[in-house]
Design a protein around this ligand. Structure first.
Ligand code: TMP
Length: 398
């Protein structure tokens, strides 16, 4: 990815692929494991996984995550589409990692020319049902040149939660630079390293989150492809993200927000070894606190389930050793996850109908980034005395 030496600061141990739910009848002993560890490049400051599983193992035909599973995110992407299209006449919009078309559906609904590029055929089929055109492929420099030859240059290239997921990021960025029309913009949203550290959100570290962006590391990353970071905007979604805007170097004024956030990162010593070591120590504390609490609840006879079979929860469950003895089920509304077992820890995934008043005493909030939405939906559980267990930013019960 980058050329400097990567210095490791956190080891989360042997982990499965976070979205590799085990189907009934599948042999769980054939699961793929790797060492989940995080380091920082001494040259460009990019925080990144030390060992990266092959992209084809993570993102494939039956990739189970669906971006539209949250009402809050559906609304977020509808508003984002509106912003991307504002003040543009007859644009061509390309999305890298279009999943089930949650964003491009809003683009297609306005009759705007678009193309999604995504390696999951199943997700692309869901997108097609929203009227979205998808090319089932990984976005690379070669594919980008192909898209340009077939459809012409793109006025907007958008991507959410994908650029930080792909170890071939340099090829992606060269592709974006080749595909963008003069005056075009590349807008991408991804988890922010600053938020991960501030919240001790160690569960953001998963196989799919190959890179953890800061403004400083993204400036260097896009520069390698001849692009320039021209704007940044903090987003509250998914526990704290940044919407980055890049353009061909020298073609757009750079917003003062870039220098402001760079200065804030320096103030907070975001790339400092001591800061990263402190985050690693807090992560180990969270594991101790969570395991102590869950064992106490089990020994006291409480019924404990978890809510949200998130990719993030694979890190928590495997790092903390949470199996069906401590958490009897994980509730999730995604049909492609239900009836399966969680990766590595083999907890059954059950639909929301299996949850509710009297069905559990404690629910471990794996989908803490969607807590408000889920707790509103499950108000009856809380009103009947059901409790929620959180581990971000600290272990606590509400
Ligand atoms: P995410 O944090 O990676 O977006 O994953 C959220 C998971 O939680 C996803 O599998 C869908 C699930 N979920 C529910 O089951 N019910 C809900 O109300 C919401 C918002 C998410």
């Amino acid at each position: 990815m980058c050329t400097g030496p990567v210095e490791e600061f956190l080891d989360l141990g042997r982990q499965p692929l976070s979205d590799a739910f085990v189907a009934p009848g599948e042999d769980p002993s054939r699961e793929y494991f790797f060492r989940l560890a995080l380091g920082r490049c001494a040259a460009c400051c990019m925080t990144q996984l030390i060992e990266v599983p092959p992209a084809e193992r993570m993102f494939h035909q039956t990739y189970p995550y669906r971006s539209s599973s949250s009402a809050v995110m559906r609304e977020h992407f509808a508003r984002t589409a509106e912003r991307l299209l504002a003040r543009r006449r007859d644009p061509f919009v390309v999305e890298i990692g279009s999943n089930d078309g949650v964003l491009l559906g809003a683009v297609a609904a306005r009759g705007v020319r678009h193309l999604g590029v995504d390696p999951s055929g199943d997700a692309a089929a869901d997108a097609a049902a929203r009227g979205v055109r998808v090319r089932v492929d990984f976005f690379t420099e070669r594919i980008a040149r192909d898209v340009r030859a077939e459809h012409g240059p793109a006025d907007v290239v958008f991507s959410a939660n994908t650029i930080s997921h792909d170890p071939n990021v340099n090829s992606i960025l060269r592709g974006v630079a080749a595909l963008l029309a003069p005056g075009g913009e590349f807008v991408f949203e991804d988890p922010y390293l600053g938020s991960v550290l501030a919240n001790t959100a160690f569960d953001q570290i998963i196989d799919e989150h190959v890179l953890f962006f800061s403004v400083r590391s993204v400036v260097a990353m896009v520069r390698r492809a001849g692009l320039e970071l021209v704007d940044v905007e903090r987003l509250p979604v998914h526990g704290g993200q940044i919407r980055f805007t890049a353009a061909h170097r020298g073609t757009r004024p750079v917003s003062p927000a870039v220098a402001e956030l760079l200065a804030e990162e320096d103030d907070q010593e975001l790339h400092d070894s001591a800061r990263l070591a402190e985050f690693a120590a807090r992560t180990r504390d969270r594991r101790r606190d969570l395991v102590v609490l869950l064992r106490r609840l089990r020994d006291g006879g409480a019924r404990v389930v978890a809510y949200g079979a998130t990719a993030k929860s694979a890190t928590v469950a495997n790092y903390c050793g949470l199996g069906p003895d401590l958490v009897s089920a994980v509730i999730d509304a995604t049909p492609t996850k239900q009836g399966r077992l969680t990766p590595g820890t083999h907890i059954p995934v059950e639909p929301p109908e299996a949850f509710g008043p009297g069905k559990a005493d404690y629910a471990l909030m794996f989908a803490w980034n969607h807590a408000e939405e889920i707790m509103a939906k499950e108000r009856a559980y809380s009103e009947s005395g059901g409790r929620w267990v959180f581990y971000v930013p600290e272990v606590h019960v509400v």
